[in-house]
Design a protein around this ligand. Structure first.
Ligand SMILES: [Zn+2]
Length: 378
């Protein structure tokens, strides 16, 4: 089975997050047949899989990926149905083609190729596959790593196969990610009739100066790896819809994407300092989305960068931009982690597609990465 065939088989399962049918009904039986040691890790109704090959007494190198996809959106806008994989020349169309059933297929086949080669490695190899990356990501890769800790697995590093490439396959490797933190603010005024302002307290008027100040906050300029820390007011609601009612409450959600140079504590302190100018009661609920991290100095990242350059002939850019990913769960445990995969130009879009040639390149990179890691350890 080649990477195009395997990707097409995966796309045919409509595994909109957190549906894990493709894991239980297809991937696990296939990997069992290939004599991978499969363990189903279910938590909070989410399916996850650990599938290992090689000497179980050795530390383990992990390939991480997700089999869930974002919803297809308006089906009438798709040129071909999103869960009917369709090949046009070098391109394979379908939801998840690039994010990330294609690279997941490449990861699986790279491990299979290593297994069939019979090569002695100084580590075992494991696929850690989750059905909860595109959703809340609470019971996915984190659950797999909790399980691996209980099992006493010593994970020496991880490669996540997210689509990291921008213009051509191999141009970008992720060696860090920004963190994400959200504030949910509620300001409590008093509803009233607009003709009787002295009887009400306008929650918008009371908040507007503080929100304006918050929207201007700056923390850092970023660096070679990360774009600057940035803040966005994502939701702002007040008022009843009527034009003769003073709004009694205002709710506002603020999200900050931050570099490792700016801590969540500093962000919280500055936003709360701005809010102190609000003279009426308010609540702030903080939701920690993800920790920022960078792994550009790790030997694992350097190894991946070298391999990508060797296979593709292009020196990749080290990058930490974009959204969050499951790499953060490894980083939070001090496990070296880097990410590499095909183009992300069409991910989460109508008519998502992936280049088969790029998937073959990814499979080659994943395989060579294992060999390069083995050489670096012996
Ligand atoms: Zn993804």
């Amino acid at each position: 089975m080649d990477v195009a065939e395997l990707t097409a088989k995966l796309i045919a399962y409509p595994s909109v997050t957190p549906n894990g049918d493709v894991l239980t009904q297809f991937i696990t039986p296939l990997l069992n047949e290939w004599e991978f040691r499969c363990t189903r890790i279910e938590r909070g109704g989410v399916e996850n899989l650990w599938a290992e090959v090689g000497d179980p007494t050795k530390p383990v190198l992990v390939f991480n990926g997700h089999c869930d996809v974002v919803p297809p959106g308006d089906l009438s806008q798709w040129t071909t149905p999103p869960f009917e994989p369709t090949r046009v020349g070098d391109l394979l169309y379908g939801r998840g083609a690039s994010d990330m059933k294609g690279p997941l297929a490449a990861l699986i086949l790279a491990v299979r190729a290593i297994q069939l080669s019979g090569d002695e490695l100084p580590f075992s190899l494991a696929l850690a596959i989750t059905a909860d990356e595109e959703g809340p990501a609470k019971d996915g890769t984190g659950a797999i790593l909790d399980w691996s800790e209980r099992e006493g697995k010593q994970i020496l590093g991880a490669l996540v196969g997210e689509p990291t490439s921008v213009s051509h396959c191999g141009d970008t490797v992720k060696v860090g990610r920004r963190g994400s933190i959200t504030a949910r603010i509620t300001v409590h005024g008093k509803q009233g009739h607009v003709a009787y302002p002295h009887l009400g307290i306008n929650a918008v008027h009371e908040s507007i100066a503080a929100l304006s100040q918050i929207s201007e906050l700056k923390w850092d300029d970023g660096d070679d790896l990360f774009p600057a820390t940035s803040l966005q007011i994502a939701n702002l609601n007040a008022g009843t819809g009527a034009t003769n009612v003073i709004p009694g409450t205002l709710s506002c959600d603020i999200n900050v994407r931050h570099t490792p140079a700016t801590s969540p504590e500093v962000i919280k302190a500055q936003i709360e300092s701005c809010l102190r100018s609000v003279k009426v009661p308010f609540d702030v609920e903080w939701i920690d989305g993800a920790n920022a991290f960078r792994t550009d100095e790790s030997s694992l990242s350097r190894c991946l960068l070298e391999v990508v350059e060797k296979v593709t002939g292009v020196a990749p850019k080290s990058d930490g931009g974009g959204g969050t990913s499951d790499a953060r769960f490894f980083a939070a445990r001090g496990i070296p982690v880097a990410e590499f995969g095909p183009l992300n130009a069409t991910i989460h879009q109508i008519d998502e597609c992936v280049s088969i040639a790029d998937l073959m390149t990814c499979q080659k990179v994943y395989e060579e990465f294992v060999r390069a890691m083995a050489r670096s350890l012996t």
